[in-house]
Design a protein. Sequence first.
Length: 374
Amino acid sequence: MSEVLARGRESRSRSRTALRSPRAYVWAAGAVLLLALPFYLDRFWLQAGLFAMAAAIGAIGINLLTGATGQLSMGHAFFLAIGAYGYCVLAGDGEGGLTGLGLPTWIAAALAVGIAGLAGGLFSPIAGRLRGAYLGIATLALIFIGQHVLFNAHDLTGGSNGRDVPPLSLFGITFDDSELVVAAVPFGASEKLWYAGLALLLGCGLFARGVLRGRPGRAMNAIRDHRIAAGVIGVPVARYRAGVFVLSSMYAGLAGVLLALVFQRTVPDYFGMTLSLEYLAMIVIGGLGSVAGAVAGAAVVSLLPQLLTRYSDALPLVSAPGTGGITPGEASRYLYGAAVVAVVLFLPGGLAGIAARRSRPTSGRAPVESGEER
């Protein structure tokens, strides 16, 4: 009984210490700031933040596959397209000659994520048996297949012109530009979607963090670092690879749904090879195998082109599209391409590795264990 009470006191003491730590205050201040931003920012900044949230959800998914399990995927954009267009088809009303089932939008969003997972499941037998560059080449074929379907299945996708995205309706709230006044501030589509995006990102991040810190995460890391040894000790390597591929596909599908809701129109050109490469850049810059690193890398890669476009007039060597010189999109690719090279050469842990090193104790020697010789 006394041991139980002692453990209870120790647990309460740790909880009080955690609440008093500076990191807890930083997280609390950051949460309050994110919740308050829609009351002060204009539409541009809110949309930029929503793009970063959607990119972060997709980056967490590919980081589970590539960063934690060591499986290279070049087809992430394919599953984002499935999520985006799947939502449009399921929730659309069939206007303009396009196929639409007219389902409630929240059901359509959930089913679109499930369809992306199903597509990943159909590909998972290949993902379970291939690794490294071989899997990367196999998933590369998904991009070409996806682009062909997006441009030619006019009834489903609208062809090269794309199709409009039905606004999401949830709990009696429609996430469109119809104004909803909150504390004397008019809330449009961007303000409403901001909180939905935050909730989705938080849920996806916590789930991925739990996976990585639990038994599945240890098995995934073992497959990445010592595949043969992992199989010898009883880890079902092919099953884990296939399962993580399905999970990564569902994350990509959810990111595609959120992107479609933010864009309000889906365009096939967006879901090409460049998008898949950007997601690989996100996890390399942020840090492989880290949820926080995936979020940080997604913020860098997704926000950089928008910031360069916003301030192109004030930046040297960067000009507006169509005026000659280096466009903001090209400049951003040069910059995060250089960032990828710098991270690979000098910071293998990415941004997450820098944060981890800064949080470590700086004492010169680790504490001496009770049985260690002095």
